[in-house]
Design a binder for this molecule. Sequence first.
Ligand code: 1PR
Length: 592
Amino acid sequence: MAKPTVHLLDYVAGNIRSLVNAIEKCGYQVEMVRSPEDVKTADVICDVSDPVELVTENLDNDLRFLPWQKIILPGVGHFGHCLSSLASAGYLPVIHEHIQAGKPFFGICVGLQAIFAGSEEAPDVSGLGLVPESLKRFSATNTKDGSRKSVPCIGWNDASTAHHGQANSTNQSFYGLTPTSKYYYVHSYFAPYKPGVLEEAGWTIATATYGDESYIGAIGRGYVFATQFHPEKSGAAGLRVLKAFLDGREWSDAVPPPTNASATAKTATTTNNLTHRIIACLDVRTNDAGDLVVTKGDQYDVREKTSDKGVRNLGKPVDMARRYYEQGADEVTFLNITSFRDCPVADLPMLEILRRTSETVFVPLTIGGGIRDTVDPGTGERVSALDVAKLYFASGADKVSIGSDAVLAAEEYWANGGKLGGKTGIETISAAYGRQAVVVSVDPKRVFVKSPGDTKHATLKTALPDKDGDEYVWYACTVRGGRETRDLDVVQLVKACEAMGAGEILLNAIDRDGQNQGYDLELIRMVKGAVEIPVIASSGAGHPKHFQEVFAETGVDAALGAGMFHRGEYTVAQVKEYLGEAGMLVRPYEEF
Ligand code: 1PR
C-alpha cells in the first residue's frame, strides 16, 4: 500500500532535511512541490523561514484558497525574522484562515513562538496571537538561589502534561508525549507557564522547567499543536510526537515509560533540570588512499606510530555515527580536521556523509572544519563562511562549528577595541540562523609561567605544575588544528565569540587530547566562568568516571568523547549507565 504523502514546498532555506527524514521515518512519503499550482488536496509542509519566494511566484493565485490539509511551521533562529518574513509575504492571513478552518497546524520551536502574541526578542513584531501571551528571555541567574544557568538553553528536558493531571486522569498521552521521556530544546526565549490560565481557555499544556523558570514545552487545542522542542531531533520520543500529529492522534493510550529510565530519575541531579548531555565526536579526514575515515589524534597527531605512518583509520563516519546514536548519544559531532587545507565547497564527500547520517540519526548533528570565507578552487569565486554553512545546513547539519576563523575574528575584535564589524562568519551565520546554530571549537595549549606577572594573559594556578615547577598557566589559542599558536588566550577568544553571536563553546584541550587521563577541569572552570553560553567539555575522556567528574566539578553543559568510543573501550550507553548509577540524570534511550 502506498504511503500517505506529505507535500513539501521546495525552497529549502534552513535545515528542513532532518524534518523530511523524520517524516519519512514516521511512514509518510514526502513529495516536493515547486509551486502552489502543484499543490493538490494534500498535506503540505511549508518551511516558511523564507516564504517570499513562494508568494512572489504566485501573486496571481490567491493563497487563501490553496486546498492545504496540514501545515507544519518549522523554525529556527529569530522570532522577528520568522514573523516579519511571514507578514511581508502575506502568509499570516493564510495561516490564520487555515487554523480557523479547523485544519491541522503544527508549529515547531520558533513555529510555536509564532502562535503567541509576541516576544521580548522582537518587541515591535506581532505573532499570530492565537495564544494571548508573550515570550521572555531566560535569565542567566536563578532568582531562587542565585545559581547560574547557560543561555541559550540547549539540551534535553521534559514536556510533561502530568503537572495538571489531565493525562493521568485518563491515562492518555497528548500527541504521544510521555512524562519520563526527554526532548531536545534549543532556545533563549520561552513562554512562561502560568498554572491554569491557558487551560481555562481550553489549551492543553505540557511543561518543562529550566533552572527555576517553568515554561510551555508543548501546547495544543483543537487541531493546533506546537512544541518548543524539536521532535525531528528528539530521538524516538520526538518521532512518536511527530507521528501522532501526522496520524491525527491528539490523545492516545499512554506509551509505557522507557525501560532504561534511571530508577532514581526523580532524585537524580541535573544541569538546571536538563539531562547530562553526552556527545560523540568523530574527527574525519581523508586517509592516504583518499577515503574519508574517522581518525583520532594523540595530542592532535593522527598518524600511526607504525613504519608507514598512515592516518589512523578507526572506521566509516556514517556507520559509526549511527552506532553512537543507537547507543544513546545525545548529539553527534563531525570535525573535518584537514579542511583548513581544502575548500569544503569542493568537499562533497563530507556533505554526503551529513546527508546519509541525517537519514538515520535523529539527534542534533554538528559539523565543523573549514567554515570561513574562502575561494572555490573550481570556479575561483569567493565563497563566504555563510555560503559554506548553508551547504552544511542544507545537507542535514543543525549546528556548524568554527575553529580557526573564530580565533582570527577574535583577534580582530580586540584589535578594534571590542567593536563588532558584522562581517565575520560567526556574526553572519548567527544573524541568519540564530546563535544556537553556531558553535566555536577551541584548540588551546597550556603555556606555563613562573608567576601571573610574567604574562598579560589570564592565568590560573595549576595543580599540575610543569617539569620546571612553574605553577601558573595560561591557555594559548591555536589555529590549523593546533599547528599554529596565537598570542590570544581562551578567555579573550570565548568572550569575543559570545559577543559576536556564538551560541556554544566546544572546549578542546590539546594537552589532554587522546590521553585518556580525564578532562582539563581547570581550563573548563576558567571558560565556564567567562561566558554565559553553554560549554562542552572535550579532550581526555578515557573512562565513564571522567564524565561524572567533569559534570560534578565544573557544571559544564555537555561532555564529549571520541577515542574511547572509537577504540571500543566503552560505549555511550555504558557512560550513561555509569552516570545514572552515580545519581546523575541522563536521557533514557528509546526505540521507535
Ligand atoms: O579550524 O574551523 O577548520 O576547524 C577544524 C576543526 O578540526 C576544529 O574543531 C579542530 O578542533 C579540529 N581539529 C583539527 N585538527 C585536529 C586534530 O586532531 N589533528 N581535532 C582536530 C580536534 C578535538 C576533538 C577530539 C577531542 C576528544 N579534536 O574532536 O575528538 O579532543 O578526543 P578524546 O576524547 O579522544 O580525547 P577549522
